[in-house]
Design a protein around this ligand. Structure first.
Ligand SMILES: C[S@@+](CC[C@H](N)C(=O)[O-])C[C@H]1O[C@@H](n2cnc3c(N)ncnc32)[C@H](O)[C@@H]1O
Length: 362
């Protein structure tokens, strides 16, 4: 805990430098160019204030700034462009469309009658973002591979790198439709974690998760980014952009059992919201060669279509996806009850036996 507090209290990054125009690398050139395409009315001053970020030295005050890409998910901003790009890029015609929904802000809604037992989606692998995806900055990708950076931090860095290329990245339309601030405990202040998760096991796990993300970023910065400042300028690769990219990964990355457990961002499939009432999961379908799910119920036009993010407790859903289902609707909800058994206890053996009998360990 002391370690977590120490890290959370650290001021992590300096203010955004005033050198935005002076960077000669393709990187910044593309970044500022694409920015003016996506946000025509955003002045340099505004851009700077969006990117500038700092974590306060006070444990309770964390100033969080939004990244300059993505969109507000309470609107359908960029949804049409995403759908057009997806169909131009090989997504077959769909029985669903992105729409505003009651549960989950945006989601996929049936356009036609959908039967129980139907396979939907068929997102081809060419549309997956994985650790093997091609970089808009091949030099940056090469450096990360040289350092054998594991999948999660590699994907977090990749996403920021591609985002900074705006529409010159092949993922420009996808990234523009991602939430500018994903719902995530990574955005909670320490005071909020303490207050709202008091007495919950999730509080400690959330603190560990925040600490891990900060530690991962610091590790990348020290070992790699600081050695290649032209490829990984701190104005772009900083704690705030990593908070965003990890927030995106936690809430959208899928593990595909039929593809050797490969982890991938799957555009389109990641527009599906979770329901505790459905029992259908995303996976790669070898016969149709795409990510699909099979409906476990029928849907009528206009109804939101759901998948399951897994049989997770409310705490686990909050930890990864930043939401909690309505009270009493999650049959997989559970609470952890830590028990300890002292060896000096006179009935140690009997108690241990009783715990084991009920599938519990001491
Ligand atoms: C994979 S994305 C789904 C698409 C997302 N709604 C969007 O507009 O980009 C996962 C995120 O959707 C939201 N979400 C999914 N299921 C939800 C639910 N049952 N209730 C509330 N929010 C949900 C959460 O913000 C979660 O982090």
């Amino acid at each position: 805990m002391a370690e977590a507090s120490r890290i959370l209290q650290t001021t992590l990054f300096p203010a955004f430098s005033l050198h935005l125009h002076q960077h000669k690398t393709r990187y910044f050139h593309s970044h500022s160019q694409s920015h003016s395409q996506t946000y025509p009315s955003l002045s340099l001053k505004k851009l700077r204030s969006v990117v500038q970020c700092s974590v306060s030295t006070s444990e309770t005050k964390t100033q969080i700034q939004e990244v300059p890409w993505g969109c507000d998910i309470d609107s359908l901003e960029n949804a049409e462009a995403l759908q057009k790009w997806l169909s131009d890029s090989g997504l077959p015609p769909q029985k669903m469309a992105i729409d505003k929904v009651d549960v989950g802000e945006r989601g996929l809604v049936a356009l036609k009658n959908i039967r129980k037992g139907e396979k939907l989606l068929f997102v081809p692998p060419s549309l997956f973002i994985t650790a093997d995806s091609e970089w808009s900055s091949p030099e940056a990708g090469k450096v990360l591979r040289q350092y054998s950076v594991p999948d999660w931090p590699l994907l977090a860095t990749y996403l920021i790198s591609e985002a900074s290329f705006g529409n010159s990245s092949r993922w420009g339309n996808y990234i523009s439709a991602l939430p500018r601030q994903p719902y995530s405990l990574l955005y909670w202040t320490r005071a909020e974690l303490d207050r709202y998760l008091e007495a919950s096991q999730i509080r400690q796990r959330a603190i560990e998760r925040v600490t891990n993300v900060i530690g991962t970023y610091n590790d990348l910065r020290l070992r790699i980014f600081s050695k290649y400042p032209d490829l990984f300028p701190e104005e772009v690769f900083n704690m705030e952009t990593f908070r965003w990219s990890f927030g995106i990964l936690f809430s959208r990355l899928v593990r595909l059992p039929s593809m050797d457990e490969k982890v991938a961002l799957v555009p389109w499939a990641d527009m599906l919201n979770h329901s505790c009432e459905v029992e259908t999961f995303l996976d790669y379908d070898k016969s149709s060669q795409g990510v699909v799910f099979t409906t476990d119920r029928a849907y009528q036009p206009g109804e939101q279509v759901f998948i399951s993010y897994g049989r997770k407790s409310n705490g686990e859903l909050l930890l990864s996806y930043g939401f909690v289902p309505k009270e009493g609707t999650n049959p997989s909800d559970s609470a952890e009850l830590p028990l300890s058994l002292k060896k000096s206890d006179k009935c140690y053996k009997e108690k241990l036996e009783a715990l084991r009998k009920h599938g519990l360990s001491a």
